[in-house]
Design a protein around this ligand. Structure first.
Ligand code: GDP
Ligand code: MG
Length: 171
């Protein structure tokens, strides 16, 4: 009997502290089967089985602590990744400054995998410091695969973010 082996995709969720990585991950996983394991200080590890484009996929989501003191973990844990989400907070301009550094680390560890740039917290429009055009330009200048603005709080573009990344990984 053909029970097709499901592929495993390792997805990194990266960005400065409090950019909304854990909120995004939880929002995406909420209400669906979730294995949650505390792997080590600084990284949370989640796993989810999905079906996409008629293929069964096991997603491994690595939610990194954005704190500077955990950044040393990033190169090692990025190895073998299939895709990455790099978050910044649209209400804090300084959270875009670290993006090139994250891109470099991911590229060195995992090669030319799809990376999506994510501007988070668009429900806080009145506090916006980073324009949408600025985000698009950062994505372009760092040769990232795609750009999307999201709100985990209002559930805007959460599923779409992961669907887009998975489609890019599969293509
Ligand atoms: P992390 O450090 O990147 O994992 O960020 P967290 O997910 O812990 O979120 C940091 C803070 O931002 C928390 O207080 C969250 O409630 C808040 N936050 C996360 N996502 C959103 C969002 O979409 N909208 C708003 N208004 N707040 C958010
Ligand atoms: Mg977190």
């Amino acid at each position: 009997m053909a029970t097709s082996d499901s592929k495993t995709y390792k997805v990194l969720v990266i960005g400065d502290a409090s950019t909304g990585k854990t909120s995004l991950t939880h929002r995406y996983l909420t209400g669906i089967f979730v294995d949650s394991v505390r792997l080590t200080i600084g990284v949370d590890f989640f796993s989810k089985r999905i079906k996409r484009n008629n293929e069964r996929i096991k997603l491994q989501i690595w939610d990194f602590g954005g704190e500077e003191r955990y950044r040393f973990l990033l190169p090692t844990y990025s190895k073998g990744a299939n895709g990455a989400l790099i978050l910044y907070d649209i209400t804090r301009q300084r959270t875009v400054q670290t993006i090139p550094e994250y891109v470099k680390i991911v590229r060195e560890a995992a090669g030319d995998i799809p990376i999506l740039l994510i501007g988070s917290k668009i429900d806080l429009e009145e506090y916006r410091e980073v324009t949408r055009d600025f985000g698009i330009n950062i994505a372009k200048s760092n040769s990232l695969s795609s750009f999307v603005e999201i709100s985990s709080k209002d559930n805007i573009n959460v599923d779409e973010t992961f669907d887009t990344l998975i489609d890019l990984i599969m293509s």
